[in-house]
Design a protein around this ligand. Structure first.
Ligand SMILES: [Ca+2]
Ligand SMILES: [Ca+2]
Ligand SMILES: [Ca+2]
Length: 453
């Protein structure tokens, strides 16, 4: 009996002691170093628990740790206020908001890169408030590189993951460096997002540049935060071959040709049952025999793929004068069934292939060290073969969107950039009193403040 009492006492003692010991264990990392006296100087790193010390939010320590780990950490915030003629204090059928006036965090990005001799990783997150606060992946690449003798532009690099789409000039230009608020209309329509999932090979030899990629073909759109997986097994092949050279100190020339070849996806339809529909034709609120209609069920329609392609050419020239750099750039793209952002191209629904034509030309001028100005003319025809039914006749229809943008801004010290852009959009998206396509009132002005990390 006594033995049982002793056993119980020991068990109770152990049970009471156990949680206390566990708590002690949890406190151990913080415990060994008493808080330093009120002096400002940080305490020397104790030999125990170095990770816990480094995790504390001390900017100097964090910077030292980032340096020691050879991490390249970059980031920026683009916040803007905008006024849009198209804005209304109304809701669309279904609840979508039509207000476009106000403040927006367009991009808040943080990017981490780490390089070894033959490998690297790149990781970038994007946050914005375009359609409510959203955080998404902008880039995640596992990279292998074959460094050349110079080490500056490796001849061969291979990236697998969420990577850039190597088409043209505008799509691969980082948003942090682009002077204009957004890419041109054609670029936004054909490539609604800048990254896509796949594998990319690129490199440089002297002034020559090449890039080839095999991608899912569904660019991730950071505007709507709607990230789709790839619905078909077909992969888009995207490539660009070009040159980038500076023959003299005051002149730079870059240009290339790009292509996309791939297969898009047309979603099928579910099967439907037979149903009965009532339309109150005489509006008396009573169901009468002549107002009942049968809607026959339909069999399911299978999904199918369709071919799509694009071909583009781009040219950029920079000239330095006493005023600063003057930069010209132009790009032309012809494409078929590739619009994925604006007027979604689906030849299965349309009954024929949809041909697109996009182009832009821009000029940017430095005005001394701290100011700049620029203009861009941008053109997009989403369907070169559009027809419109009017008065019982089929007439060729103009669906082009021409945007004239003017930009001015200032570069301030510490990576601060303030810019204002006015967009005049000439389109055929509205209808006048006779039903003839007319210009929609959708001009806009945007003021943006960008601060780099
Ligand atoms: Ca695909
Ligand atoms: Ca009725
Ligand atoms: Ca307009």
């Amino acid at each position: 009996m006594r033995a049982l009492h002793v056993l119980c006492a020991v068990a109770v003692a152990v049970a009471l002691a156990a949680p206390a010991r566990a708590d002690d264990d949890l406190d151990v990392p913080a415990a060994p170093q008493p808080p330093p006296p009120p002096s400002e100087a940080p305490a020397p790193t104790p030999p125990a628990a170095p990770v816990a010390v480094e995790a504390r939010a001390q900017p100097a320590r964090l910077g030292a740790w980032v340096d020691a780990a050879k991490l390249d950490v970059r980031g920026y915030v683009q916040a803007q206020g905008q006024l849009d003629q198209e804005s209304q204090d109304q809701l669309m059928q279904g609840g979508a908001q039509l207000n476009r006036d106000g403040f927006v965090v367009r991009r808040a990005r943080i990017a981490v890169t780490r390089w070894w001799t033959y490998a690297g990783l790149a990781f970038e997150l994007d946050a914005n408030t375009i359609a409510g606060a959203a955080i998404g992946l902008r880039r995640a690449e596992a990279i292998l590189a074959w460094p050349g003798p110079g080490g500056d532009a490796p001849p061969v690099q291979v990236a697998v993951g969420l990577t850039d789409i190597p088409f043209g000039r505008e799509l691969i230009e980082p948003s942090q460096q682009r002077a204009f608020m957004e890419r041109s209309t054609a670029s936004l329509a054909l490539f609604p997002g800048e990254p896509d999932i796949g594998a990319r090979v690129w490199g440089a030899y002297r002034q020559f540049r090449y890039a080839l990629a095999v991608l899912a073909g569904e660019p991730i759109n950071e505007r709507n935060g709607f990230n789709r997986a790839d619905p078909n097994a077909a992969k888009d092949v995207v490539g660009r071959f070009g040159v980038d050279t500076a023959p003299v100190g005051w002149l730079t020339v870059a240009g290339g040709v790009s292509f996309v070849v791939g297969r898009g996806f047309h979603p099928g339809r579910d099967a439907t049952k037979d149903s009965l529909q009532w339309r109150d034709l005489n509006e008396n609120g009573a169901v009468e025999l002549g107002e009942l209609f049968s809607v026959p069920g339909a069999a399911a329609v299978p999904s199918s793929n369709f071919d799509r392609w694009a071909l583009g050419g781009d040219l950029a020239i920079g000239v330095r004068s006493a005023l600063g750099w003057t930069r010209f750039a132009a790009e032309v793209t012809v494409a078929s069934n590739l619009d994925r952002g604006l007027f979604i191209a689906d030849p299965v629904v349309a009954g024929s292939d949809l041909r697109h034509l996009g182009a832009y030309a821009l000029v940017m001028q430095d005005l001394g060290a701290h100011a700049f100005a620029g203009a861009r003319l941008d053109y997009y025809d989403p369907n070169l073969d559009a027809f419109d039914a009017r008065g019982g006749m089929l007439l060729p229809r103009d669906e082009t969107i021409t945007t004239i943008s003017a930009l001015g801004g200032a570069r301030l010290p510490h990576g601060v950039r303030l810019s204002v852009q006015l967009d005049l959009i000439l389109d055929h998206l509205a209808r006048d009193g006779q039903g003839v396509p007319a210009d929609l009132a959708n001009n806009r002005v945007t003021a943006r403040l960008q601060v780099d990390l």
